[in-house]
Design a protein around this ligand. Structure first.
Ligand code: CA
Length: 229
């Protein structure tokens, strides 16, 4: 289920967007200010951001600039939502790395079509990225062979441990909650609880030796792969 963050301060528009996005099967979070939006972005992963430019605190352009300068957020597609009078801001926004824009008042069908295009492209790119080997120092995570090497030594992981490590390593610095992780790695068969993830992480760290420290605990959230890697 794609996750969309709507950063918009007008309640009517928030509702219109939420309603239509949910109808398309997206998971929607709404933030009414730029700061709240950035807070949400750092708290959980998103596949797309709808960004209003005129916000009560920091403006959308600043949010765009901050996102693009942040390694863990730089790949998240941004569609700006602007008033016609903000046309010069659109040029600035696209220059700052926003992917697309719509002007208010927009047709819902058009907005949804643009979202669909951006999401499809983003999910394709994520999939490509997920097929690439990840190398951290002497640790190599190979998603094609489902194998992890620590120098010359193979690290004997279970499939679940491998999926967990690979998923986290694909998104360094991003913290994921236990239920999020269960969603991503669950096989849909075994009975699991959120504590299951803790057990997998403990086993994973033990097997990875020194590299176990790369899987970090984020208090109150869950786990992340070290950003320093
Ligand atoms: Ca606004």
């Amino acid at each position: 289920m794609p996750r969309v963050l709507v950063i918009e301060d007008e309640p009517d528009l928030q509702e219109l967007m939420r309603f239509n996005l949910v109808k398309e099967g997206h998971q929607v979070t709404v933030a009414a200010t730029g700061s709240d939006g950035l807070h949400e972005l750092r708290r959980q992963p998103f596949d797309l951001v709808l960004l209003d430019l005129m916000l009560p605190d920091r403006d959308g352009l600043e949010v765009c600039r901050i996102m693009r300068a942040d390694e863990s957020l730089s790949a998240v597609p941004i569609i700006m939502v602007t008033a016609k009078s903000e046309e010069s801001d659109v040029v600035l926004g696209l220059g700052l790395g926003a992917d697309d824009y719509v002007t208010k008042p927009f047709r819902v069908k058009e907005l949804m079509a643009r979202i669909r295009v951006r999401l499809a492209r983003h999910l394709d790119e994520s999939r490509d990225a997920e097929r690439r080997r990840i190398v951290v120092d002497k640790l190599v995570i190979d998603p094609v062979r489902h194998r992890v090497m620590s120098g010359e030594e193979a690290v004997p992981l279970t499939l679940t441990e491998f999926k967990l490590l690979h998923f986290l390593a694909c998104h360094p610095g991003v913290a994921y909650g236990r239920y999020d992780l269960l969603d991503r790695i669950g096989d849909g068969e075994s009975v699991v609880t959120d504590r299951t993830i803790d057990v997998h992480v403990r086993n994973l760290r033990a097997k990875m030796g020194d590299y176990g420290r790369l899987v970090e605990t984020v208090r109150g959230v869950g786990y992340r792969f070290s950003e320093l890697a």
